[in-house]
Design a protein around this ligand. Structure first.
Ligand SMILES: Nc1nc2c(ncn2[C@@H]2O[C@H](COP(=O)(O)OP(=O)(O)O)[C@@H](O)[C@H]2O)c(=O)[nH]1
Ligand SMILES: [Mg+2]
Length: 468
């Protein structure tokens, strides 16, 4: 395969036993051999050139690297050649194992780069492995997670992902959705020859084979990162409903500024505390409402980001409010994240029992409180405690755990699967149900990287280190 040949230092740089230069691409072997001289066990000369036809893949060759102009020796090395497609990138790969140390490795790399080889971008070797079909995106990400893992649990998870555990789950969803899609499409194309297939049976398959296992994976993500990073609770709602007052009460200090001026909180304010024995990060957010103020708009965008990254959302409303369009916007964002409705300022209304809420808000668990009058705040903390307690039921070590990107895509797929199920229940047209199922497949394909834009790939691989 033609294309650029890349090289990088593959080991962490610094004094140490061995440092490795990795070269990948069609020039890898000729470039490496132009600099390498093998130890000659005979008497005539101590080092000899090694010809490409003499080299056996996956054999270690002991020799030296020489400067092409001066023939001076730079280092004593071991060289190994992995022939395409039997290599990490599926291209020809040469690894030169030299003595570690910044100057040694940099001068060797410099020599390699002078032979028309390009310096690898962060993650470029792994990106090539992905583009050449050796691994899918979940496995590529597992490489990075493995390198960065700091706990035994995250290491075990990355290893299982590396060996395709997530890929297998995603394939199962995809195959099931494709089968269902083809059954429905057949009923559209040949209405007389097929039974009315958009039936209860398909609804059950969607629910049992896709929706429930996908929700379980999302739950695994939540539980796993809660153990690692603490449980994230966002306090969201319109301006002036008492979010910052509630935040300050929950974390027992004046963390957020409280005024009666709407739009006081314009950015996220975080506080990490131990709440009923577990690590919790509370985020106070900018109030959500229609605005043309640039700073407020940016703040609201951050509120929505915080909503998506939450484990629990405290949706605060003013007990006297009657219009809930902004709250519905927040619920749309929240998708499958649990929401606890906090009805604040009940000191201001005369009949808290007969408050009118929208249908969607009435369906949520709720607590009525007054922060300034200290009404029912302990009921609220007890309610929050139930969520945090449930979240810390521990994971099995063989559970597949998606990362944030994968979990967000699963949530999107879940949204379309739910829509498809609703469509079946309400006997929508089969064409509409097919659109939802195709949208679900599209998001699932983004997880494995089967359908993904270059921008997203750039973003994923840029977080890798150079040389991997
Ligand atoms: N009457 C009443 N006022 C409250 C209550 N909670 C907060 N406030 C007041 O509502 C105003 C807005 O509060 P703040 O916490 O800044 O709201 P935010 O914009 O949602 O963060 C302030 O003047 C608070 O003192 C409450 O329970 N009852
Ligand atoms: Mg505020």
């Amino acid at each position: 395969m033609k294309g650029s040949t890349i090289a990088a230092i593959a080991t962490s740089v610094g004094p140490g036993g061995v440092g490795i230069i990795k070269i990948s691409g069609h020039k890898a072997l000729p470039v490496a051999l132009s600099l390498f001289r093998i130890h000659n066990r005979g008497q005539s000369a101590p080092f000899l050139e090694l010809l490409p036809e003499q080299i056996i893949p996956r054999h270690l060759y002991h020799g030296v690297i020489v400067h092409p102009d001066t023939s001076g020796i730079l280092d004593e090395v071991l060289l190994v050649f992995m022939k395409a497609p039997n290599s990490y990138t599926r291209e020809d790969v040469v690894e030169i194992q030299a003595h570690s140390g910044l100057t040694v490795l940099e001068s060797l790399l410099d020599l390699v780069l002078r032979q028309g080889v390009e310096l690898a971008q962060p993650g470029e070797f792994t990106r090539r492995a992905f583009l050449n079909g050796r691994i899918d995106l979940t496995q590529a990400e597992a490489v990075m997670d493995l390198i960065n893992s700091r706990s035994k649990q995250s290491r075990d998870t990355s290893v299982s992902q590396l060996f395709g555990a997530m890929t297998r789950r995603i394939d199962e969803f995809r195959n099931e959705l494709l089968q269902i899609l083809s059954r429905i499409e057949a009923s559209i194309d040949f209405p007389d020859e097929t039974d009315d297939v958009v039936t209860h049976d398909i609804e059950i398959r969607l629910e049992t084979n896709v929706l429930k296992p996908a929700l379980k994976l999302i739950q695994h993500y939540r539980e796993f990162h809660q153990i690692r990073d603490g449980y994230k609770i966002s306090i969201v709602g319109r301006p002036n409903v008492g979010k910052s007052s509630l935040m300050n009460w929950l974390v027992q200090k004046q963390r957020s500024i409280v005024t009666d001026i709407p739009g006081t909180t314009r950015d996220l304010v975080d506080a990490n505390i131990i709440f009923k024995g577990v690590p919790v990060c509370f985020s106070d957010t900018a109030g959500v409402h229609p605005t043309h103020d640039t700073v407020e708009m940016l703040g609201i965008a951050r509120t929505f980001e915080a909503v998506c990254a939450s484990d629990l959302i405290l949706l605060v409303i003013d007990a006297s409010s009657a219009d809930f369009d902004q709250e519905h916007r927040i619920l749309d964002m929240a998708a499958s994240i649990p929401v606890l409705l906090v009805i604040n300022k009940i000191d201001l209304i005369t009949d808290p029992v007969n408050m009118t809420l929208s249908k969607r808000l009435s369906a949520l668990s709720s607590v009525q409180i007054s922060v300034t009058h200290d009404l029912y705040l302990n009921t609220l903390t007890e309610q929050i405690g139930k969520y945090t307690h449930n979240a810390f039921s521990s994971l099995d070590t063989d559970d597949v755990v998606p990362n944030l990107r994968q979990s967000l895509l699963l949530e999107k797929a879940v949204k379309y699967i739910r829509q498809a199920i609703d469509g079946i229940i309400s006997t929508s047209s089969p064409e509409m149900i097919c659109i939802d199922i195709r949208d679900a497949i599209r998001h699932i394909d983004e997880i494995s990287g089967a359908q993904i834009s270059d921008e997203i790939l750039d973003c994923i691989f840029s977080s890798f280190c150079i040389g991997k």
